[in-house]
Design a protein around this ligand. Sequence first.
Ligand code: NAD
Ligand code: MG
Length: 388
Amino acid sequence: MRRISILGATGSIGQNTLDLIRRARGDYDVVALTGGRNIAQLAADAREFGVEVAVTAHEDALPDLRAALDGTGVEAAAGAAALIEAASRPADWTMSAIVGHAGLAPGMAALREGATLALANKESLVTAGPLLLATAKARGARILPVDSEHSAVFQALVGEDIAEAERVIITASGGAFRDWPLEDLPGATVSQASSHPNWDMGQRITIDSASMFNKALELIETKEFFGFTPRQIEVLIHPQSLVHALVGFRDGALMAHIGPPDMRHAIGYALHWPTRRDLPVERLDLAAIGSLEFRAPDLRRYPALGLAQEVMQAGGHAGAVFNAAKERALDHFIAGRTGFTEMTAHVTEAMQAMAPHAEAMGDITLETVAEVDHLTRKQMDAQIRSRA
Ligand code: NAD
Ligand code: MG
């Protein structure tokens, strides 16, 4: 029996992970599940899988969680320290699927205990890539990518020498506004930005797909995880979302990964790695699909891609600044305090204002990343107030 924990179990990735585990119940012993305010879901899953501990991120939700788990023998806990404690319990495989900066410390806790970390939380790599990789190395722990593009790159590299890869192309659907006239983008609403043409995901990542802040994070993630240089990493718009990434080798060959837009493929690959097992995903009928299209992204529509290049060139804490700025700008957009296209202007301004602080911060540690994150959010809030 493999011991499994899921951080962010109530979210889109967490639920897809549980769906796969539910199909092979006898193989897995689920140790810990964590969630946020969806106590009913967290408690139902904790009961169903008979876990040791269920944790909500919110201390004020603990009485509800306790009540929902009464008589089950499942421990209930709440708050940041409880998340770390749960993530530190011995496990063979831990899914890191909390959204945002909040996922970094619990994921690090799992790595420190030597668990294989299935990493959906791309923000960890963007803000603290070198720290994550060094911790994994020191502990003999492995990180397996769960983001679909990175799982695709990882699979295209199986049996290859990465030194012989000369470029990587990750694809993007283009999001909700791919075909909108550019002049309409400033008026885009939250609900319009929250609908994705191909993938069914959490709301925040769906809006980040429309702005391509998500693809910007993925460029940085590609650099941090695989060690490619910024010039080796490209983005192509691919409206069908069937080719997830391509790796180009020195002999000119391009190895593409093709699969349905279903996160259970990437999750299942990480779950069963290094073997492959049957997965409940659609089998593609390429003859029925007929054609696959690709086109270069327009930086006027997707300025976040340009910012990602700047972040990759700067290195250090620039990733933490970028991530915090875009997370906070997104909070303000969702709350109706700023417009869709204004998010980029705000993030650019925050990156400029924060650059000297980020440089002065020195080596990347959990503490420095948290400090940069905190200062950047304050900076963003001040910017939004001053424009109100
Ligand atoms: P989601 O919003 O559906 O779920 C997020 C989970 O994190 C929930 O369990 C929530 O309770 C928990 N959470 C939120 N804020 C928290 C906090 N402050 N502290 C502790 N827990 C908190 O998100 P998702 O779409 O499942 O995405 C999760 C991660 O996976 C993100 O990093 C995202 O970028 C990445 N990812 C998602 C997809 C996808 O298809 N959804 C694809 C690739 C990568
Ligand atoms: Mg992705």
